[in-house]
Design a protein around this ligand. Sequence first.
Ligand SMILES: C[S@@+](CC[C@H](N)C(=O)[O-])C[C@H]1O[C@@H](n2cnc3c(N)ncnc32)[C@H](O)[C@@H]1O
Length: 243
Amino acid sequence: MSQTHFGFQTVDEHEKARRVREVFDSVAPRYDLMNDLMSAGLHRWWKAYTVMVANPQPGQCVLDIAGGTGDLGLAMAPKVQPGGTVVHTDINEAMLRVGRDRLLDHGLVLPTVVCDAERLPFADGQFDLVTVAFGLRNMTHKELALGEMYRSLKVGGKLLVLEFSKVAPLLQKAYDWYSFHVLPRLGRWVANDEASYRYLAESIRMHPDQETVRNMMRAAGFAHVDVHNLTGGVVALHVGLKV
Ligand SMILES: C[S@@+](CC[C@H](N)C(=O)[O-])C[C@H]1O[C@@H](n2cnc3c(N)ncnc32)[C@H](O)[C@@H]1O
């Protein structure tokens, strides 16, 4: 069995998927509140920016991978009407359930599929747009997942990967202090779960930087990849075009 990272720990590959599932089972009920608290609401802006760049059009088919509690689905579903659809997917049922309930509260019923991004149950060339927000970091075989995203896109389609990334050197010290001192405490006080938020900080540090993700997307087949650094590189949006 090959080994991989779970935060700063080295674990067997199958162990990583199990532990990631435990993290999201645990955080699902408080996920949205914690997102707002941890990012001081910035995650809403990062997602709005992603939707603006994705620019979904009426009639388009969109696949939201690792869609969790449904923020991107909620923003994109009205834009593909009439005639389009957003498929809301995640490997974790607890996260999808929270998302489905939220979408229902907004009067939206989206096709919802529990699936692993590394083995997508969709036909080749089915989607105009594929989005994945804060999900790639948690995947064990990122190259495999990016290959699946490429496969499921139509020629001319776009992949948008929003993910934590490498911050500008000037921000590094403050960002480290915040990540390793404030975040785990917030997790303990608000969600009674320090370990999951420690994993969050560690998994961000272990995730490849902007240039590496760009190269991984190129290797998956994307001919052109743009990188948008947001908030000093705290987050990066990678946009890949299938030609
Ligand atoms: C930090 S949440 C992001 C949720 C949502 N996209 C957002 O931005 O708020 C990460 C999500 O990735 C999902 N995930 C982790 N590994 C996955 C995989 N292999 N395939 C699909 N989803 C995965 C988790 O279950 C979790 O819901």
